[in-house]
Ligand binder design. Structure first.
Ligand SMILES: Nc1ncnc2c1ncn2[C@@H]1O[C@H](COP(=O)(O)OP(=O)(O)OP(=O)(O)O)[C@@H](O)[C@H]1O
Length: 271
């Protein structure tokens, strides 16, 4: 199977000096992801998942290692419009707080049109709204007039407007109510199945990752301590840290009804 993402030996340290390595946020991490597949990057706060995700997208420059998207190594020195547009088509990212990526002054319609025009995309704003399950009358709305779930759908529509090969979701559903979260995850899964886009879920929530991914990479203190097929990792964790994560799942953020609702949202969709 073709690998769409191939990350090799990624390293990133912050605050390194001549005398200290600083904080090694990501320490020699490698993984690959096939076309139309979904991977979960999991670990506790501070384990390095966001830094790894930011290196995939090109928001953080690796100290060492490479990211290849569709066989092409992402270069840092490339500038110019066409390189920027091509890089945007390789990977898009959706964050936990869509306010960060949505301009409060723009209507949803103008924000989408702006992306479509800049990328010479053949998609219509109404078509994009339809793809993310939003009524086209909301094209006239501004971000603060929408619910959290609707805003996240708009952020996804903006990302899809450039037809990316990969979509990275950094805790993209963490701030949403359980039922809204399940709907957004079901939407992302449907988009993956219909378009063949590859998804990277960054999450501390194993219930989320367990439902929507094919493989899991478990991070601990910057290292990938375990990688494998989702069902295998969840059923037979090889590393004590993964076991701990699994056993500590019923923490403050964990609700039994989340698992039940996620499961319900996926019945019939994953087969
Ligand atoms: N820009 C930065 N400057 C200095 N240290 C940083 C920076 N970004 C991340 N770090 C440090 O790198 C380590 C990994 O952080 P990272 O945000 O990647 O972890 P995470 O697993 O995504 O955690 P969280 O879920 O809390 O975001 C942490 O110790 C963090 O403090």
């Amino acid at each position: 199977m073709t690998d769409i993402v191939r990350a090799t030996g990624l390293v990133k340290a912050f605050g390194a000096t001549r005398h200290s390595r600083g904080i090694v946020a990501v320490d020699d991490v490698s993984f690959s992801l096939g076309k139309g597949k979904a991977i979960g990057l999991v670990g506790e706060s501070g384990s390095g998942k966001s830094t790894l995700a930011r290196m995939l997208v090109g928001l953080t420059r690796p100290d060492a290692g490479t990211v290849e998207i569709d066989g092409r190594v992402r270069a840092w020195r490339e500038t110019g419009r066409s390189a920027r547009l091509r890089r945007a088509r390789e990977v898009q990212m959706v964050f936990q707080d869509p306010y960060g990526s949505l301009d409060r002054r723009l209507t949803v319609g103008s924000a989408l049109l702006d992306v479509v025009r800049r990328h010479g995309s053949d998609q219509s704003t109404a078509g994009l709204m339809d793809r993310v399950g939003l009524a086209s009358r909301l094209l006239e709305s501004r971000p603060h007039q929408l619910s959290g779930g609707q805003r996240q759908r708009v952020a996804i529509a903006k990302a899809l407007a450039v037809n990316p090969s990969v979509l990275v979701l950094d805790e993209a559903t963490s701030a949403l109510d359980v039922s809204v979260q399940a709907q957004i995850l079901a939407l992302l899964n449907e988009i993956r199945v219909t378009t063949g886009i590859s998804l990277v879920f960054v999450s501390h929530d194993l219930a989320v990752v367990g439902e929507v991914t094919d493989s899991i990479l478990v991070m601990y203190l910057g290292k990938a301590v375990e990688q494998g097929a989702t069902a295998e990792v969840l059923r037979r964790p090889q590393h004590a840290y993964t076991e701990m994560l699994l056993s500590s799942a019923p923490g403050p953020d964990w609700h039994p009804e989340r698992v039940a609702e996620l499961r319900a949202a996926f019945v019939g969709r994953l087969t």
